[in-house]
Design a protein around this ligand. Structure first.
Ligand code: B3K
Ligand code: ZN
Length: 902
């Protein structure tokens, strides 16, 4: 018996949903008229649904099964006639109405309790406002409905509430408002919204609150004026400008790059403090986590500014990739998410630096998504089955999904890709479709055969590319042999070969060599012939380049042209060449990372032999390569910062078969210290050249120079010198922006020197004193402490749980403190004989009933248990078993724990 089977009696085990079981809905809903009567403590929802049999269903439906959860049914009438209890039946999360006609109107009246809704799904209360989150299956917590994305209906929504909630919003255009009827005290009012675009229930939204807003407008490419409003709590009105600017930039970009115009008269964003994720693309009424909309220099870091820009764009782009064309079922999630992440990442690349954005995206992918793809929750970007769909809003569906769209764009080229997306939007506007439909549109528009490419949608796992080469000087031929393989994953043991674009160039002594690929298409030699994209389709393929006059250094997988692990035996000298002068900026960075890895692995071998790493010396050639980077004026400063930053502990762990937490941490730290000692003067020069008085700007250049200066500070702080520590504290005290304040604070908190610790303590106290009323700033304060790499952090984290700054119901606070510690502080999370594991399991058990989605997300560090030493494995597994033995386990937590224990 497996652990899963042991855990629950078979009848109580949550059901697995399979893609292969998909059936079209028996009924469709023409119109949906909703009325919300919001009172303190309860809300009454009246839903009038105009239903009709789906003409495409194989057999005509004779009963209607609606989904509903946590609802109290007050009354139900079909075509005006009240139903009696024998006309319908309740299931676990359903209401079945018997003997239903071909077409009818169903009126249900239900009672819900938003104030008691801690799952933050459905209608709930966050601080002073009411708001909704319906994706994926939250609408069923609002009223009985066909809660599936292929049922698209025209919604009209009336919200009635006390006037202490002056702002009443829903999707679409405002068509009516006024004082409520039967309202003797004249203290209630209403607003009616109509959304002319058919949409699935997951895109429904409602907000009621005492909100302030900023307003702007955008004239679309066809000359229509669109009102833009961002609603926030009044205290946050000074933090909306960056989001508004980002929104206008997104609207323009989508017109220019994809030909997509906005379609309603108004576009609204509302910022909410209690939110399970970043934001939600509800039609015309996006609801955002405050952390993804509010920004101003004094309170928000550069990363925060960039996140706001990226998330605003992402949600806006969903208006076409997600809303106008939506998903047939939740297995198709990547249809909208992968595509939209690709779109937002290209937008950010166009707004800032393309190479920097690529480095950031690949870093995220290779640490988090590759780890997911190698773990128990591995799944293809279009999964075959799930227990709880909320568990599939993953790095794989989003980030790998985006890589798959990127590969399609690379294979088709700019013009054909655009023709393909135009055809997709035109062909499927107003429909709920599949990833197959998306690929078909691209294939039809370009004339390309994408059959094999579709393996990327169905097979999980990160493919490995093993590259070998040979140079024949006499024949002047250079051959590259590429073998592909993919490790087994839960859904599939034997993989079919993938269709993989491998972008490359060949470096000669004087720069990129011209490429003459044997047997290539005749047009190969036109245009830029120093860069090409090879198409790998077989398990093994050899590509021969002719007229190669010297033995080249291959620059492989330029721009990270495919989400794969590349293995090629680069010598250290090759890497130094690539790092110093590859024409592909991404591969220059990649070479720096490979060099960093080699240095860390070298230190890890010494560590394994029990040698002291205290005075570790780095090789002179390596140091001179790093110092050339520091002096290379042709490089973007952000790139210098990234090239100088060693691969993270998380990435080193992902690469390891068995993670040795201490060896990774101490070896990486030793290399960092060695770099700090050797390059001290460069770092001091960079630090001193920075003008700390300059006015803050969130431009790519300004962000880059802060980033490089703060990387220099990070190295300098490793030297433990009092003057440098004092300079750091001065940066903390005097900086005019949160990026520099946080960078300094984090360095003080992490510096293992008495003076630094003393200054860290006073600075942390000062920080809280100053910012205690700014929730998002307090989150940064929690997170800087949770990620402190010095010992005893777990005790501090536990202490902070009782601090006034913490709120165990707010997802942002949970992420800052609990996920910050368990997911971002390996050396402490894995310390003390499993104390960290036990702490995490306790939090998950607590959150399991309160907020299952957040509980399930927090599990990630424990799901990796098989990657650790046998002792740690046993301790982590014990905690997973303790969780699964809990009564009332949510589907969310059950699915992740049970799959991890297999
Ligand atoms: N579509 C939403 C995510 C919904 C998550 C539901 N658990 C945000 C986004 O990806 O744009
Ligand atoms: Zn999205």
């Amino acid at each position: 018996m497996t652990a899963v089977e042991q855990s629950l009696p078979a009848k109580d085990q949550p059901k697995t949903i399979y893609l292969k079981d998909y059936q079209v809905p028996g009924y469709l809903i023409k119109t949906t008229d909703l009325r919300f009567e919001i009172y303190d403590g309860e809300t009454i929802v009246s839903a009038m649904l105009h239903l009709y049999r789906n003409p495409t269903a194989q057999t005509p439906a004779t009963q209607l099964i609606l989904q509903g959860a946590d609802l109290e049914l007050i009354s139900i009438a079909l075509d005006g006639k009240q139903l009696s209890t024998s006309d319908y039946e309740f299931g676990e999360e359903s209401l079945t109405i018997f003997d239903t006609p071909a077409e009818f109107k169903l009126l249900t009246i239900t009672r819900i309790k938003p104030e008691a809704n801690t799952s933050l799904e459905g209608l709930y209360r966050s601080r002073t406002m009411y708001c909704t989150q319906c994706e994926a299956e939250g609408f069923r917590k609002i009223t009985y409905y066909l809660d599936r994305p292929d049922v698209m209906s025209e919604f009209t929504t009336t919200v009635v509430a006390d006037k202490k909630y002056p702002v009443l919003l829903s999707n679409g255009n405002l068509i009516d408002q006024g004082d409520a009827e039967n309202n003797p005290q004249n203290n209630r009012h209403y607003a009616t919204w109509h959304d002319p675009f058919k949409k699935p229930a997951y895109l429904f939204a409602l907000v009621a609150g005492d909100l302030a807003h900023i307003e702007d407008s955008f004239t679309t490419c066809s000359g229509r004026d669109v009102t833009l409003k961002i609603f926030v709590e009044p205290k946050d009105l000074d933090k909306c400008d960056h989001a508004m600017e980002s929104l206008k930039n997104s609207m323009r970009w989508d017109e220019e790059v994809y030909g997509r115009e906005y379609d309603l008269n108004i576009f609204m964003i509302v910022a909410v403090d209690d939110f399970n994720m970043g934001a939600m693309e509800n039609k015309g009424l996006n609801i955002f986590n405050t952390s993804c909309v509010l920004a101003k220099p004094e309170t928000t870091t550069d990363a925060g500014f960039q996140r706001v820009e990226g998330v605003v764009a992402h949600e806006y782009f969903h208006n076409w990739s997600g809303n106008r064309v939506t998903c047939r079922d939740w297995f198709q999630l990547s249809l909208k998410e992968g595509f939209t992440v690709y779109r937002d990442s290209e937008f950010s690349a166009d707004m800032g630096s393309r190479t920097v954005k690529r480095v950031e995206d690949v870093t995220l992918l290779r640490t988090l998504q590759f780890a997911e793809d190698a773990g128990p929750m591995a799944h293809p970007i279009r999964p075959e089955s799930y227990i709880e769909i909320s568990n599939f809003y993953t790095m794989t569906v989003y980030e790998k999904g985006a890589e798959i769209i990127r590969m399609l764009a690379t294979l088709l080229g700019k013009d054909d890709f655009r023709k393909g997306t135009d055809l997709y939007f035109e062909r499927h506007d107003g429909q709920a479709v599949t990833t197959e439909d998306f690929v078909a549109a691209l294939a039809d528009a370009s004339g390309r055969d994408l059959t094999q490419f579709k393996n990327w949608y169905a097979q999980a796992g990160t493919p490995r590319l093993q590259v070998t080469d040979s140079y024949d000087e006499d024949a002047q031929e250079y051959s590259l042999t590429i073998k592909q393989s993919c490790p087994p994953t839960p859904e599939c043991q034997q993989k079919l070969p993938f269709h993989i674009p491998v972008a490359l160039g060949l470096l000669g002594s004087a720069g990129d060599l011209p490429l003459y690929l044997k047997d290539a298409e005749p047009d190969f030699e036109t245009g830029d012939n120093t860069h090409t994209v090879l198409e790998l389709t077989a398990a093994e393929q050899t590509f021969v380049f002719q007229r190669v006059q010297e033995k080249p250094v291959p620059s492989l997988l330029r721009g990270f042209s495919a989400p794969v692990k590349l293995q090629y035996n680069y010598s250290r000298d090759d890497l130094i060449v690539l790092m110093s002068r590859d024409s592909d900026g991404f591969n220059r960075w990649e070479a720096s990372q490979q060099l960093g890895l080699q240095a860390i692995y070298h230190a890890m071998s010494a560590y394994a032999r029990g040698e002291s790493l205290a005075g570790l010396q780095l090789d002179a050639d390596l140091l001179s390569a790093y110092s050339s980077v520091l002096q290379d004026d042709s490089l973007d400063q952000a790139m210098v910062a990234y090239m100088l930053s060693l691969p993270s502990e998380a990435y080193l762990s992902e690469l390891a078969d068995v993670v040795d937490v201490e060896a990774i941490h101490h070896s990486r730290m030793a290399v960092r210290k060695a770099l700090a000692r050797a390059l001290r003067d460069h770092f001091v020069r960079i630090y001193n050249a920075y003008d700390h008085q300059q006015v803050y700007a969130a431009t790519a250049d300004a962000i880059a120079s802060r980033s490089l200066k703060n990387v220099a500070l990070g190295y300098l702080m490793l030297l433990g010198e009092d003057d440098l520590i004092r300079a750091c504290e001065q940066q903390y005290r005097e900086s005019n922006n949160m990026t520099d304040v946080m960078a300094a604070l984090s360095q003080l908190v992490n510096a293992d020197a008495p003076l630094a610790q003393q200054l860290a303590e006073t600075s942390l106290a000062d920080f809280y004193q100053r910012w205690q009323h700014e929730s998002l700033v307090v989150n940064q304060w929690l997170s800087v402490q949770a990620t402190c790499l010095l010992p005893n952090t777990l005790d501090k984290v536990k202490g902070l749980q009782n601090h006034a700054a913490y709120d165990g119901k707010n997802p942002n606070k949970i992420r800052a403190l609990i996920a910050g510690f368990c997911g971002g502080n390996a050396i402490n999370f894995h310390a003390n004989a499993g104390a960290g594991y036990q702490f995490l399991a306790d939090q998950i058990i607590l959150l399991n009933t309160q907020n299952p989605q957040i509980a399930s997300r927090l599990l990630t560090p424990l799901t990796k248990w098989k990657k650790y030493s046998p002792e740690r494995q046993a301790l982590m597994k014990k905690e997973l078993e303790r969780i699964i033995a809990e009564p009332n386990l949510s589907k969310d937590v059950f699915e992740v724990v049970s799959k991890s224990l297999v």
